[in-house]
Every structure is written in C-alpha cells, then in structure tokens.
Design a protein around this ligand. Structure first.
Ligand code: ADP
Ligand code: MG
Length: 728
C-alpha cells in the first residue's frame, strides 16, 4: 500500500492510548500517514561530544556525574534541580514537572545529557535537556530525531509512537515513484526513506532519505501543476482549416505591424504568437508575460488588445480590412497599471498608436471630475470605448463594461490577489461578456524557482531579448563623499544633450518616507525636495531641473513628465515613483542616492529607466558612509554587489529571493498558497527542476495519471500568489 493510504487512525498504532490520540489530534495528527510524515525538525548526533564549557557554541552533548539534588518552590510548584559536572565544568539541570528524575539519577550516578544551556542566577542551567542512562544501547543509532512539539506531546512520546508506527506499517509500504525515476535520482525505497528520515543509521542515510522525500514531494507538486497546464492546453482546439496557424497575426495586427517604425524582436514575435494561439482556443487565456525592463512589453500588450478586439473578425480576408471589426460586437480591453504615471503613459501610447487604426481608447483616472467621469463611464458601459487604460480605478464599483474580453495587468506583482480578481469579475459581470482573457506582465521577473511551482499552471511567455542597439547600462558604485565626481560625469552627459534622473529615498526634509523601495526613518538621508533645489541652484544651474514624487498632484506630475519626455526638463529629482514603467529613451543617467536603502527589485527597476535608447547609459549607486566608514549592512552590501555584477532581471530576482530568505516562501505558505512538508522550492531548486521534468514526461505519456491531490503533502491552491507591494 502507499503511505497516503494509511488513513487508519493513530489509535491503531501500538502504544497510542485514548488519552494520546487527543494530544496528537491537537497537533493535526489524525492518521498513521500524518504521524509518519511528522518529519523531525532536526537530528541530534548523540555520538558527538560537546562539553559543558562549549555551551555557547550550541547544544551540549556530554557525560556528567550527579553531584547533588536540591529543590526550590513550594507545593505543586516544587521543582527539582540536579547539580552535575563533566570534565570541563559544572551545571544545573532544572527539572520542571519531572520530579521522578530524582530517583532515576541519584547522586554519584553518571549519565549522558543533551540540550542547550544558558547562564541564569550565576549558574549554567538547562531546563530543556534530555538525559539517558549510560547502559550500552545495542543496535540503536546515535542519531536521534528532534520533532516540532505541541501541547501534550514530548520528544520521547513522538519518538516512541513513530517508531511503533514504522515497525507496524513500514514493511507493507510500496514505492510510489516510477522505478526509472527512482533509479535516476538514487532514491531510497519508500520504507527505507521513512525509516531513514526518522531514525537514520548514519548521516549518509539521513541525507539520502531527505533527498528521496524532497524529490517525491516536489514530484507530486509538479504532477498537480502539470496536469492543470496540460488540461488547459488540451482545451485549445487545433487550428481551423483555412485560417492558418492559430498564432498568426490578425488583419488588424498586421496593419499595426506595418505602421511600426521598427521590426518586432524575436521575443516579442513569439509572445504575440503565443497570445494569439491562446485567444483562438475555447478556454480563456491565462498568460504571464515576463520580460526584463525595456524589452518592449507594452507593444505586445497592444497586439494582444488588437487580437481581442478583432476576435470576431477572425475569418475576415484581406479585402475586408476596412471593416476589420464591428464596434457593436467588439470585445473591450482594460489595461491596468499600478501608478497614475504609468497608466497615463500607456494611455498616451494607445492614443498615438491605436487611434489611427480606428480604436477608441480612453484614460480612466481616479482624479476625473464628476461630469467627465460620468460621461466616460456611460460610454464604457455602452461599448463606445474599445480600450480603457487606468489604475485601480478600472474596477471601481461604478465602472461597468459592455463586453470586457481582455484584461491586461502591467507590473502585475504590484497588485494583490483581490485586485486581480476584482477586475476579472468586471468581465464576467458585463452583459455581453464571459470570463475574460488575462494577460499579466511583469518586469520584476518571478524567480524561475517560483515560476516553476507557483506559476506552474500559467502559460508563460518570456521576452529574452532587447530591441536592437541597446547597450547594457554601466553601473558604478560610489561613496557619498565622491558624489562630486558623479555630478561632473552627469554634467558631461547633459552637455551632450542627454537627461538624468536623481532618486532619493525621502520626499521632503521632514523625513517623509517615499514609500516604495526605501528603508526610511533616517535623519541623515537626502530628500528629493531639498535636493531638487540644490541640483537647480548649485549643481546644474544651467539646466532645467524639476521635482517629482507621489505627493505632487496628478496634473502637475503629468506636465512634468511630459516636459521631461520632450527634453525641456533635463534633470529630474525624484523618489522611486519613477521606478515603474517610465519610458524616456533620451535619459542616460540614473543616480540613486542611499542606494543601500532600496530593495533589489526596486534598484533593478530604477536602473531600467535608462538604457532605453541607443546611446550608452549609466547607473550610479551612491551609498552612505559615517566617519568615512561605509554603514552598509551585510545584506545592503550584498544587494549592491548583485547590482554591480548582473544586469539580468532573472538573476537579480533569484538573488533577491535568496537574500530575503525563506521568509518570503513562508509568506506564501502562510497565505495558504503553497504548502510543502519537507521541500523548499528555493533551497531545493535543482530537485524541483528535475522533478518537473520527470512529472511532465510521465503526464505526457499517461495524461490520465492520477494522484489523489487531497492526500498529497504538497498542495497548490488555484489562485494567484499574494505578491504585494512590499517596499522591501
Ligand atoms: P517594458 O518591457 O519595460 O515595459 P517598454 O514597452 O516600455 O518596455 O519599451 C521600451 C522601449 O522600447 C519603448 O520606447 C518602446 O517604444 C521601445 N521598443 C519596443 N519594442 C521595440 C522594438 N522591437 N524595436 C525597437 N524599440 C522597441
Ligand atoms: Mg512596461
């Protein structure tokens, strides 16, 4: 039988009495399978020697002799203290609720102890120690499991129960992984793996047991993920005869392509083909478009919009291009961006590029005056607007669509699950609509390890090339005291006609945190408001300087950005509001002050604001110092190092995840998105990739392959992960 089939209650394990089933249930352990998958959180090598004098280095593991007993407290609170010594020092064992130890360890007796010690009341003490008589333990391994405990359970109980369960049930357990996969991975048979994880005979066995169970768990995870992906792919019908391949450009898209002043990159072409194929199928598209900053995702989004709009004109032949789409029937498209700045930029691009094709775009901002807003909403509900661009305003209560066919979410990682759901719901609610197609875009790439697990059942397009002529941004690290040299450098670029961004962690002098990306809370930090004055007055007096941050009103922000785009403003002092999406190809310098205060993904995004044209671009990461000593934390240092060494968003995202550590994964877990028992998709990334290959190969050979999902340790819930704006 398989482990997951051991659904018998824990009471069937020898030695687990009725009083114990309650305690086990309290820890979520109801079945024998659950008991056996209560994996240890650690293992103690009792063959190891760590004397009392080394108590600071970790758990002590030594042989002691009892010197004396003594008691403190009164009545039921009366507590035994056992004074002991080994060859290196003396200590006190505080025996809360263990008065019986007095008899087991009389004065003069020697025994082994394990546990962490600390100094308290002038004594070296331990209350969480374990002790064992010195009688030889024939046949028993020196490696002992340490379990996560909960109320009413002790280490010894769990060890006893699990050992009993193994003796009773392990012999009948079958292997679950296919034999060739097990052989390829060097997996232990299931029985041995379970014994090995709980009571390993050696560290080598423990290692193999862990690897086996981790691989198996990831394998199940990928079977679940893979089955969903295959299901959706199967739902996509084969191309209709005579209509060419499903990925081919629609007439509207062709027309759009012809008007572009440059060819698409291969990555863009592939992404568009994938999107077209999705939209030709019966199931709604669910696609994630990943491409580094500057790779040209916006254009791909517009191609997707043209396809959704012209969906009904699938069969139109070339002669019918003039009547490419029937407005009355056409699907509507919503493009949502996380900031007003970015939404407006998209709206301007849509007006410039799509209006000439006969589309009717509109920009819906939260700042619209009542009358204008009412008019716009009416037009939207009547289907008189084809493509609407905006921020969260797009799913406000009073917004209704006639036929929302495609939702595009730019910088998707900045939106929460509920926000994505809210905009999709607008599609289902629209009178002519059904479940809309969804295209999510991200320039902060989901690290590959996560993409494989959490996003494993989305279709993913990756634009892995840049428009031709781009040169990688040259990145320099500079101390605050050397900032003069940076100014000199930027001045030369300005003289050559280029533009520059200066980014600060704070908005104003009062130390108002600029939010996104900054660590905040430091009096010594430079702020955008006062530095804008300084840049204009002292540093670059002959160039127009402007200021932009989140507290500036929308209309003024727009004017400033437009002037910057037109080159009338040459230097922009900013907070990280310019972090996402802003596209001004003539800007060649990005200077980030107090760079150590920004998270990796923010730094990468900020750097991505330059290097969008054909001239060489530069990024200066300026870090603070105190008494000429840099005040970098290790983590801050590491982030800047990663920025210096890599320009690849995927590498940076992966490093980011490592630096932020398992907390990030734990966050995913807590939110119920991904639950794993022993595997960690980041730590075990290699095993994850191999398990995925194996699982997908098996599924392709046997799509009916079934694993009862509810019994797997790994669970993936079918919703987007809770990536929120962390500010890092
Ligand atoms: P991102 O992927 O960061 O959103 P954008 O869509 O803002 O990138 O594109 C960055 C810049 O590259 C824009 O100025 C855009 O016009 C330009 N661009 C996009 N595609 C191409 C292409 N195939 N060839 C040349 N330039 C392109
Ligand atoms: Mg973009």
């Amino acid at each position: 039988m398989f482990l997951r089939e051991l659904t018998a209650g824990v009471a069937s394990v020898r030695g687990v009495g009725p009083s114990m089933t309650g305690a086990l249930a309290g820890a979520g352990i109801h079945s024998v399978a659950a008991l056996l998958t209560r994996y240890p959180r650690d293992w103690e090598d009792r063959g190891r020697f760590a004397p009392l004098k080394d108590w600071m280095k970790g758990p002590v593991s030594t042989t002691v002799i009892v010197l004396a007993h003594d008691w403190f407290g009164f009545g039921p609170m009366k507590t035994l203290k056992i004074h002991v010594e080994d060859k290196t020092g003396r200590a006190v064992l505080v025996c809360f609720n263990r008065p019986f130890l007095e008899k087991q360890f009389p004065v003069g007796k020697s025994f082994r102890i394990w546990g962490r010690f600390y100094y308290k009341y002038g004594e070296l003490q331990s209350s969480a120690f374990e002790a064992e008589n010195l009688e030889p333990r024939s046949g028993k391994s020196a490696i002992v499991p340490v379990y996560p405990l909960s109320a009413g359970l002790s280490q010894n109980m769990l060890r006893r129960f699990i050992r009993a369960a193994l003796d009773q049930y392990a012999p009948s357990l079958e292997d679950e992984l296919p034999a060739e996969v097990m052989a390829g991975e060097g997996c232990l048979p299931k029985q041995e793996a379970l014994r090995g994880i709980h009571f390993p005979a050696s560290m080598e066995v423990l290692d193999r047991a862990r690897k086996t169970l981790i691989f198996e768990e990831l394998f199940y995870l990928e079977v679940i993920v893979g089955r969903r992906a295959l299901e959706r792919r199967r739902n996509i019908s084969p191309p209709r005869p005579g209509t060419g391949s499903p990925g081919a450009l629609s007439p509207l898209q062709k027309q759009f392509l012809d008007r572009l002043p440059f060819p698409l990159t291969p990555g863009q072409t592939r992404a568009i083909a994938g999107i077209n194929a999705d939209m030709a199928g019966p199931a709604p598209m669910a696609r994630l478009l990943q491409g580094d900053v500057g790779s040209g995702k916006t254009l791909v989004a517009f191609f997707a919009a043209l396809r959704a709009l012209g969906a009904q004109s699938d069969h139109a032949d070339a002669g019918q291009i003039a009547a490419q789409f029937d407005h009355a029937d056409a699907g509507q498209i919503a493009i949502m961006a996380p900031t007003e700045l970015l939404a407006r930029q998209h709206a301007e691009n849509a007006a410039r590029l799509l209006e000439p094709l006969g589309l009717r775009p509109a920009y819906l901002t939260g700042n619209l005056k009542a009358a204008g807003r009412a008019r716009l909403l009416k037009a939207l509900a009547a289907g008189e607007i084809d493509i609407v661009l905006g921020t969260h305003a797009l799913f406000s209560k009073d917004v209704a669509y006639r036929n929302l066919a495609l939702v595009i979410i730019d910088e998707q990682h900045r939106f929460g699950v509920t926000q994505r759901q809210a905009i999709l719901a607008k599609g289902r609610e629209s009178p002519r609509g059904s479940a809309p197609h969804l295209l999510m875009m991200s320039a902060t790439p989901i690290p590959r390890t996560l993409a494989l697990t959490v996003f494993g059942d989305l279709d993913v397009s990756v634009i892995n090339d840049m428009p031709p002529g781009r040169k990688p941004v040259k990145t320099h690290l500079s101390k605050e005291s050397n900032v003069g040299k940076v100014y000199d450098f930027v001045r030369k670029e300005l003289e050559a006609g280029r533009q520059a961004y200066f980014v600060y962690p704070l908005i104003g002098e009062n130390g108002e945190d600029a939010g996104e990306g900054s660590g905040g809370g430091n009096r010594e930090l430079k702020d955008a408001v006062s530095m804008a004055e300084k840049l204009a007055g002292e540093i670059f007096p002959s160039y127009p300087v402007a200021l932009i941050h989140s507290k500036i009103d929308d209309e003024e922000k727009r004017k400033t950005m437009e002037a910057f785009r037109r080159g009338e403003i040459r230097v922009l002092a900013a907070t990280s509001v310019v972090e996402v999406g802003v596209d001004v190809p003539n800007a060649s310098c990005m200077v980030i002050h107090h760079a150590e205060h920004f998270g990796l993904s923010a730094l990468h995004q900020l750097r991505g604001r330059v290097g969008r044209g054909s001239s060489q671009a530069y990024c200066f990461l300026i870090y603070s110092e105190e008494d000429s000593r840099p005040v970098l934390t290790d983590n801050g240092k590491q982030r800047l190092k990663v920025m210096l060494e890599s320009g690849d968003g995927f590498v940076i995202a992966e490093e980011d995840l490592k630096l932020r550590g398992p907390g990030q994964i734990a966050g995913l877990e807590q939110s119920g998105y991904l639950k794993l028992g022993i595997a960690d998709p980041v730590r075990d990334a290699d095993a994850l990739v191999r398990s995925r290959t194996a699982a997908f190969a098996m599924l392709e050979a046997d799509p009916g392959l079934l694993f009862p999902e509810h019994l797997c340790v790994a669970q993936v819930l079918n919703r987007a992960p809770p990536f929120t704006e962390t500010g890092m």
